[in-house]
Write a new protein. Structure first.
Lengths: 207, 207
DNA sequence: GCACCAATCTGAACGACGTCAAGATTATCT
DNA sequence: AGATAATCTTGACGTCGTTCAGATTGGTGC
C-alpha cells in the first residue's frame, strides 16, 4: 500500500518533512486538491496523523512548502521557454504559452500555489527577486528594446502576468473547446489568445 | 413576504432556500470564505444542520446558488459601466475597471464564483447567452468598428476576460501597493495596467 | 560507554464538519 | 375530514485539523 520509501520504518523517519511534501504532491496529482488532507498525507507517508506537526506548524505551512516547490518548477519552465527562440517577438508569446502549459499539466499544484497566495494576499517574494516574474519583466524589456520607463515596464509585466494567470485558470473550461478545435489544437488556441491581447487596449492605438 | 429574520420561527420556514442563500452571503461578507460551512449557514438561518438538504442536494449546490447571484450582480455592474461613456475607447477600459472593482468589493463572493467554476471546469452558461461575457464581446465589437472576424472577436473577448480575471484575483496583492501609491490610487493603477496590456502582444506591432 | 536532553513519533481525545436515516410536524389536496 | 407529500429535527457516522501526554530515539557532554 504505502509506496513511501519504506523498508522497516524505524521510529524516526529520517527526513519526514521531505517525505510529507512528496506525499502531498503525490496525492495532489493522483486524487486532486479535494483529497489533500493532512491526515491523508500522513497516511501516505506511513506516519501518524500528529507527526507532521513536528515539521510544520499548520496544514497551511505544509501547503506553503508544496507551493514553494511549484513556483520553483515554474521558474525552470519559463527559463527553458525563454531560451527557446532568438526572435524577441515570438519569445514573449512562448513565455505565455509555457506558463499556461505548466498550469495545464500541473493543475492541482497550480491551484495550491494560488490558493496560498490569495490567502496571504501576496505572491511569494522569491518571484520578484530572481524568479518567474523576473523572466517576464526581462523579456518584455528586451522586447521593447530597452527604452521603456521603469514604471511602464512594471505595468506591462503585471498586465502580462495577470493575463497569463487568467488564461491558466480557464484553459480547461469547456466553453473554449470548440474554438480550440477550430484553431487546430490547444497550443494554437493559446498563441491566438495571447496575440489578441492588445486588441482592446489603448496602447495598440497609441503606438 | 414577511421578513426572513424569524419571530417565533414556525416549524415550516416559508422560504428557506432564499433564507439559506442570504445567510450564506452574510457569512461570506462578515467572516470570509473559510467560515462558510453548511452548518454555519443553517445556524445563521435559525434551522437545524440537516434542513438545507431538503432544498439543496449538496453544499456545492448551495454555493452554486450563491455564485449564480454573484454572476447576475456582475452583469448589472458591467451594464452600468458600459453605459457610462460614449467614447468607445474609454468604454473598454471602464468595463475592465468595473469588473475588477466588483471583485475587490465582493472578494469572498468572487472567490466562490470562480471556485465553483473551476470545480466544474466551465463558466456558467448564462454568461455566454446574455450575461457579462456578452457585454465584453459587444463592447469590443463596437470598439473595432464592426469589421472583425467572428473568431477574432471571440479570441479578443477571451483575452480581455482572462486579463480582467487575473487582475481581479491579484488586485489586493501586497506587491502592487507601492505602484498603486505612485500612480495615485487603485483606480489609476487599474487603468494603467489595462492600457499596458497590448505592450507584449504581437497585435500591437501588426496593427 | 553512559546519562541526560531535546527532537521525534504515537495514541487518544476534542470540537467542527458534511451527510444521512428515522421520526416528528405541518401544508396541501381530495 | 383524512391521507399524502413536503418540510424540519434529532441523532448518528466517518472524516477532518489540532492538541496533549507519553513513548522512543539521536546526539551531546562526561
Amino acid at each position: 500500500m504505502s509506496t513511501a520509501t519504506a523498508e522497516s520504518r524505524p521510529y524516526h523517519h529520517g527526513d519526514l518533512s521531505r517525505a510529507l511534501v512528496d506525499a502531498a504532491r503525490k496525492i495532489l496529482e493522483n486524487e486532486g486538491p479535494a483529497a489533500l488532507s493532512l491526515r491523508a498525507v500522513a497516511r501516505e507517508a506511513g506516519v501518524s496523523p500528529a507527526a507532521p506537526y513536528h515539521h510544520f506548524k499548520d496544514k497551511a505551512e505544509l501547503l506553503e512548502a508544496v507551493a514553494h516547490e511549484g513556483w520553483h518548477e515554474l521558474d525552470v519552465a519559463l527559463s527553458t521557454a525563454r531560451a527557446s527562440t532568438q526572435d524577441s517577438r515570438v519569445r514573449m508569446t512562448n513565455l505565455g504559452v509555457a506558463y499556461v502549459c505548466f498550469a495545464r499539466d500541473n493543475p492541482a499544484l497550480y491551484r495550491v500555489m494560488y490558493d496560498r497566495s490569495r490567502d496571504k494576499d501576496a505572491l511569494p517574494d522569491q518571484l520578484k527577486d530572481d524568479g518567474a516574474y523576473c523572466q517576464v519583466r526581462n523579456t518584455i524589456n528586451e522586447n521593447a528594446g530597452g527604452h521603456v520607463t521603469e514604471i511602464d515596464l512594471e505595468l506591462a509585466t503585471i498586465a502580462a502576468w495577470c493575463a497569463g494567470h487568467g488564461l491558466a485558470e480557464m484553459i480547461g473550461f469547456k466553453q473554449f473547446a470548440p474554438l480550440k478545435e477550430l484553431l487546430g489544437g490547444e497550443e494554437a488556441f493559446l498563441r491566438a489568445v495571447f496575440e489578441h491581447l492588445g486588441m482592446f487596449a489603448k496602447f495598440a492605438d497609441q503606438d
